[in-house]
Ligand binder design. Structure first.
Ligand code: ADE
Length: 232
């Protein structure tokens, strides 16, 4: 998969892409991530990407032309990735959930993530977007952190990115509920013990215990998820 991130602040991604699992996947060529400077698609000497809103009011609006040029250039840049999805990160988008990450990891070949700023993009540029996604009901200063979050959530689901030790199959949300509790050595820590069932080696009983605990902790914090499970 190729992910192009269109941003005014490519430097913001440096540490994030170089380290940990994502950095390894990037270096190993399992995913290709390109940081693309939005201003490179301007035609004026000031590299201007925004202007004041028609009708007045505070803030600036990202202009159509640099954005249209950028998307057109990125879409036609590589014939190995003919199918592109353009995603705009905005608090007005569809809520980002695990099922979207799974869908993108399974079906998308090439993503262009557009990191908005200021008051957002000129309304006429929205025809460029296949999807608009929000990472939550709060407003950030720009789409960079949301793009990083989406990239992380999608990339870790790509084949080969997680090793066996980090498998995504059994974790939170893969079954619509939270993950079960985990314990590691020592067996007793400050009088707190590991549940005895985990020490017994009875695989089926352990699975059952884990499922019950996962359900229990989901019910406590997110009863809506448990209800959805019952409706399936
Ligand atoms: N840009 C600013 N806030 C955002 C949010 N919550 N989700 C996606 N993009 C954003």
């Amino acid at each position: 998969m190729k992910i192009d991130i269109l941003t005014l602040f490519p430097e913001m991604f440096a540490g994030f892409l170089e380290h940990s699992i994502l950095g390894r996947a990037h270096k190993a060529g399992l995913i290709e991530i390109n940081l693309v400077q939005w201003r490179d698609f301007t035609l004026d000497k000031h590299r201007k990407v925004d202007d004041a809103p028609y009708g007045g009011g505070a803030g600036m609006v990202l202009m159509c032309d640099p954005l249209f040029r950028a998307i057109e250039a990125l879409k036609s840049a590589d014939e190995n990735f003919p199918e592109t999805q353009v995603i705009y990160l905005t608090p007005q988008g569809q809520p980002f959930v695990q099922s979207i990450a799974i869908d993108l990891s399974e079906h998308a070949q090439h993503l262009i993530l557009v990191c908005g700023h200021y008051e957002g993009v000129d309304e006429r540029a929205r025809i460029l977007f296949d999807r608009e996604i929000s990472i939550g009901d709060y407003v950030l200063t720009g789409g960079e952190l949301p793009a990083a979050i989406l990239t992380d959530a999608v990339a870790r689901l790509m084949p080969g990115v997680l090793g066996n030790d980090e498998s995504a199959v059994h974790e939170s949300f893969m079954h619509g509920i939270f993950d079960h509790p985990h314990y590691t050595r020592p067996e007793v820590y400050r009088d707190m013990t590991v549940p005895s069932i985990l020490l017994g080696g009875h695989h089926a009983k352990i699975q059952e215990w884990r499922y019950e605990r996962a359900l229990e902790r989901t019910r406590e914090v997110r009863p809506d998820l448990v209800e959805k499970l019952g409706q399936k």
